[in-house]
Design a binder for this molecule. Sequence first.
Ligand code: PLP
Length: 412
Amino acid sequence: MTPISTLDVTKIRQDFPILQRKIHGHPLVYLDNAASSQKPAVVVAAVSGYFLNSHANVHRGAHQLSVEATDAYESARAVVADFIGGRTKELVFTRGTTESINLVAASWGGANLREGDEILLTLMEHHSNLVPWQLIAARTGARLRFAGLTADARLDLEDLAAKIGPRTRMVAVTHVSNTLGVVNPVAEITALAHEAGALCLVDGAQAAPHLDVDVSEIGCDFYAFSGHKMCGPTGIGALWGRKELLEEMPPYQGGGEMISEVRLDGSSWAAVPHKFEAGTPSVGDAVGLRAAVRYLTRLGLDEIHQHETMLTEYALDRLTELDGFDLFGPRTGRVGVISFRYGDIHAHDLATILDAHGIAIRAGHHCNQPLMNHLGVDATARASVYLYNTHEEIDALVEGLLAARKLFGGFA
Ligand code: PLP
């Protein structure tokens, strides 16, 4: 049954000034949310309010502004940790998902992986959850293995289970595919990893903005996500990790903030999470992310998900009626990331034509080159929805596709 949206989208759209823009004379239809979301005015105000009123460096200062900045930064940590059901001390601020995964691969991987150990990934991983593992595998002699996909482009759980063995040390998997939109059963995958004595890292870049994530329910060991995809600023994201693992792991980078004592012949480290936050942190961005999390929480993640599900079903109903429309990924068990081919119009041409109508979609390999090879394409067009999108915008996308087809004089 199609859920009913309880979000007041007309009101929500007023929170996002950029949505009032015209692009090439047309109202902006922003359907590139999987790449980055737009920002509500409260987030921009939180960042500017911080810099206009409370900025100083954090943690070591004795003066009032430093105390205020430190309070704001550490309060942001508590709010963001709570958002994904984690404890404050287990939340490391990073620049985003990419840095979070690099941190785990370099720090945990560097300390724990040996020749012959296996890291199990899947064919649908974003390059951010692949290249860091390639780097550490090359350094340690560990081997990468890949779980395949089913014929309808879901994760093949049987294949994944079969590839977990006594040599598997880490299973690293995306919660939601940024190309296929499929939601992977990460709790089940974590349980399989743990049964074999392996750890599980979940790439939550496409899940945290859209689903009510609870790391304790998933049971995973690490969870990585990015602020800019969930209404927050760019340049801030987080790694949540189990405290005992974070405590055992060596620092990722050295410098100020992450030490307890520095001598000429060696140093000791600050307690987690500060051990992993070398240098002056991005305080203003953390404050912005706190505002974004509060904004999303006030609207309700379940309500946001329900709205997106309804919109996705509407979009798929309308789009799959078009001659030449070919969806990548399954119809069900997915979120509103819609990758497709449209006749013989190349994805890049399609994105350019739609842009002329004010419609922003993405075209390319979406940092999923191995998945593109598996699908037998070099690129897909991708429309992705968020809390502020409307039925009318889906209609505009359909009209834009029809116009593209007309421009091309039909399909070959
Ligand atoms: N993982 C997935 C599934 C993504 O979709 C993305 C970004 O598109 C990333 C990782 C990388 O995120 P960031 O560039 O914010 O570090």
